[in-house]
Design a protein around this ligand. Structure first.
Ligand SMILES: Cc1ncc(COP(=O)(O)O)c(C=O)c1O
Length: 376
């Protein structure tokens, strides 16, 4: 039992963390304070009248209304994350064996959600190396092809910002195609809602899934599913035996600390998305500076999102000579108080400077330049 004593994160405090999946989930002070109030199990259930989304102390009910306005859709429900939101939509609005059309950059959780809902998945391939761009027109081709074969299409899904290249896809166009063809359209906003402004109706989305721990400054796991009124009947169907309980939510989803941090961070998140242009400038600055030392940005150029993937042949060359091999980069960064880059990997790296101050961004860029210059 000793292994459970004094659990620590084993991640340096105060380190600048460049891991893209973690940068959007850092809690502001207000949310950290809420942790101390709500750390017990079922801590949001003190005044529950039977359903999570109707709780007003703490203000979950109002939060869901505020969130719907934030993403400009009609109804919202808490989830445990983006993946659970995708599964709920697939399971409630599709029929077993239906086809889901997804982009070639879709996250693995899109595929496992579809599998769990017993659906088939067809991909719209990206344009491949080096941009990996998703061409909205290709959705039309894939849909036509499925229709010609007499297949039932249940859902069109697009990853708004993918987790590999940080490409911002043209949701509005894909949504328009889905609408013209008469299919519901789900936008996976795990990497967008909470970082950048997202307007569901403007983007022609019927459903948006968001991730609290990835992009809304919340503890994991939590997220939100927002959708249009017309899908309420299917998504919010209640149990015949327990008429107050929504089946797709298994009664209640996030019922403790994570949803509290999501709410406590919400004002901070609402403010930070207004500064999105500045975050994009930071990402472009990083690309401009690191391409000077031989890094090559993959994905669409110029950057429109903080998640940035580089090919790094220069690091690979150094790794061949350095006795620490691929680990030299991680170790040199660590010495300089920087973490979050995968250990031992030198061919390609993924990073983000989202939410760092300009001073920190410059520090990171200079540290990487110095490591390369002094080791090559
Ligand atoms: C594009 C994308 N969608 C979904 C997810 C999963 O989000 P969650 O953990 O909230 O289910 C990720 C995680 O990396 C992602 O990159």
């Amino acid at each position: 039992m000793d292994k459970y004593k004094n659990l620590t994160r084993n991640f340096e405090r105060g380190i600048i963390n460049l891991n893209p999946i973690q940068r959007g989930g850092i809690l502001p002070v207000e949310a950290r304070k809420a942790v101390y109030e709500f750390w017990d199990g079922y801590s949001v259930c003190d005044y529950c009248g039977g359903r999570l989304d109707e709780i007003s102390t703490p203000p979950i009910c109002e939060f869901l209304e505020d969130f719907s306005k934030f993403v400009n859709l009609d109804i919202s429900r808490p989830t445990h994350g983006a993946r659970e939101g995708k599964f709920i939509v697939m399971h409630s609005i599709c029929n077993e064996g239906d086809y889901v059309v997804v982009d070639g950059n879709a996250h693995y959780t899109t595929y496992v959600s579809a599998e769990r809902a017993r659906l088939n998945v067809v991909e719209v391939e990206s344009e491949g190396y080096p941009t990996f761009r998703i061409n909205p027109e290709k959705y039309k081709e894939v849909i036509d092809n499925l229709e010609d074969k007499g297949k039932n299409i249940g859902l069109i899904l697009l990853t708004h910002v993918d987790g590999n290249y940080g490409n911002v896809s043209d949701a509005k166009k894909v949504g328009k195609i889905a609408k013209e063809k008469g299919y519901p359209f789900l936008l996976n906003c795990a990497y967008s809602v909470g970082r950048m402004p997202v307007d569901g109706k403007k983007l022609n989305a019927d459903f948006i899934v968001a991730s609290g721990h990835k992009s809304m400054a919340a503890s994991g796991p939590c997220g939100v599913l927002a959708f249009r009124d017309e899908f309420a009947e299917k998504i919010l169907k209640t149990s015949s035996k327990f008429p107050v309980k929504e089946i797709e939510m298994l009664g209640c989803t996030s019922r403790g600390l994570p949803i509290v941090t999501l709410m406590a961070s919400f004002p901070h998140v609402v403010e930070r998305v207004k500064r999105w242009d500045e975050e994009v400038k930071k990402a472009r600055y990083v690309v401009e500076e690191l391409e000077k030392i031989g890094f090559k940005q993959l994905g669409v150029k110029p950057k429109e999102h903080d998640l940035t993937k580089f090919e790094t042949p220069v690091l690979d060359e150094i790794a061949k000579k350095d006795k620490r091999r691929g680990f030299f980069f991680y170790e040199e960064l660590k010495k300089r108080g920087i973490g979050g880059i995968k250990r031992g990997v030198t061919k390609e790296i993924k990073m983000s400077v989202y939410g760092l101050t300009w001073e920190q961004v410059e520090y990171v860029v200079n540290a990487i330049k110095e490591i390369v210059e002094t080791h090559k």
